[in-house]
Design a protein around this ligand. Structure first.
Ligand code: ITT
Length: 214
């Protein structure tokens, strides 16, 4: 079974390939100059992308996937969120770290929370006239400095929350059975990132629903 992933981001494709390879689905990148609307929420952007993807699908019977993701930093009221690409292309990871370094609280509990953040992904899968939408969230925090070489985007500055034995995210700072021990997504690499990833969570939900598409 072929699944076309419409994205310009090779890092996303690598993660989707890794995930679907365990389920007998071949992922291929569908790349063209898509127009990314500036909208207030990820789902609106993702649904606009799927409309465009359908016009470029090599075979109308194939499945097509799009995704819109973003990094939401609590102390910045969710910024950069839907502006994540723009922020990465302008101030970059160093700029985000500088922004957060200006924030300080005298209350140690509040101070610890200032770096809380989450990745969110909305994935949309379309097959023969039917559309499924799934969300994946990965809570975590922003590191004090960049760490690691792997991955893409904000991976060098994002430390995911630990997980319990069932793969559920624990409150930030709690030590879990599954832990990066304070390392970022870039430092742990693709396979370990999948344990925590917002993308993998959204894709797993989609995969559970594919059967319903017939
Ligand atoms: P598309 O062609 O699929 O739109 P994109 O890179 O523009 O690719 P998004 O708009 O979904 O992707 O993502 C917004 C930004 O967030 C973008 O700069 C990504 O690099 C970054 N991002 C998304 N998922 C990420 C992840 O898992 N790790 C690190 N950064 C991520």
């Amino acid at each position: 079974m072929i699944l076309w992933f419409m994205t310009a981001n090779a890092g996303k494709v690598a993660e989707a390939k890794e995930h679907f390879s365990h389920h007998g689905i071949e992922v291929k990148q569908l790349e063209f100059d898509a127009i990314e609307p500036q909208a207030d929420d990820l789902e609106e952007v993702a649904l606009s992308k799927i409309e465009q993807a359908l016009e470029h699908l090599p075979n109308p019977d194939d499945m097509v996937l799009v995704e819109d993701a973003g990094l939401f930093i609590e102390a910045l009221n969710g910024f950069p969120g839907v502006y994540s690409s723009y922020v990465l292309n302008t101030i970059g990871n160093e700029g985000v770290l500088k922004l957060l370094n200006h924030l300080k609280s005298d209350d140690p509990i509040q101070d610890g929370k200032l770096r809380n953040a989450e990745f969110k992904a909305i994935s949309v899968l379309h097959h023969r006239g039917q559309t499924i939408v799934a969300e994946g969230i990965c809570p975590g925090r922003i590191a004090h400095s960049q760490d690691g070489e792997d991955g893409f985007g904000f991976d060098p500055i994002f430390i995911p929350a630990d997980l319990d034995g069932d793969g559920n995210a624990l409150p930030i700072g709690e030590i879990g059975e599954v832990s990066t021990h304070g390392r970022t997504f870039s430092a742990i690499g693709l396979e370990e990132k999948q344990l925590y990833s917002h993308r993998r969570r959204a894709l797993a939900t989609l995969l559970n629903s594919i059967g319903r598409l017939g």
